[in-house]
Design a protein around this ligand. Structure first.
Ligand code: FEO
Length: 171
């Protein structure tokens, strides 16, 4: 049985992961409209991954016979100044998720919810990768500045991202 504070925290995390999915979808739409089709693809795959993150926690709750409570999602940011602005926003978002995951991990130990701690550990590792990839893209975009051919080269590179395995679930 999951304690009430643990259930509340997992529900909140499900909402954050779904909000991240929604947010990356909005970024993907903006990129597509600006003809950054590679970044649009990359962000759509990221959106699917975030959906998968939410489903991991959703399924964990069900396995523990706890009811996932789905709260409303806010409006995602849909307008950006540049491709760099998109990925800076994404990086900031991931840093926020890392703080939440760390708090969930800490709470799991406090509540002696060891199954939740093990489940959350996967996310702790995942956040290291997520922050790293966002940070690298931001750094590359900062490096090339306003140079259009270089920005388009980065966009092309981003377009080679493979689809999320299993349609995003469990990624
Ligand atoms: Fe699921 Fe990007 O954190």
């Amino acid at each position: 049985m999951l304690t009430k504070p643990v259930q509340t925290a997992i529900n909140r995390q499900i909402n954050s992961e779904l909000m991240a999915s929604y947010s990356y979808l909005a970024m993907s739409a903006w990129c597509d409209q600006q003809n950054f089709t590679g970044a649009a693809r990359w962000l759509r795959v990221q959106s699917q991954e975030e959906y998968g993150h939410a489903m991991r926690l959703f399924d964990f709750m069900l396995a523990k016979d706890a009811a996932p409570v789905l709260a409303s999602l806010g409006d995602p940011k849909g307008a950006f100044k540049s491709l760099l602005d998109v990925f800076k926003t994404a990086y900031g978002q991931e840093q926020g998720v890392t703080r939440q995951i760390n708090a969930l991990y800490e709470l799991a130990f406090k509540e002696k919810a060891y199954d939740t701690a093990v489940q959350t550990q996967w996310f702790v590792n995942e956040q290291v990768e997520e922050e790293r990839s966002m940070r690298e893209i931001v750094a590359k975009l900062e490096m090339v500045g306003e140079d259009a051919p270089s920005i388009l080269e980065i966009d092309r590179e981003l377009g080679s991202r493979a689809p999320a395995a299993g349609g995003g679930e469990g990624e």
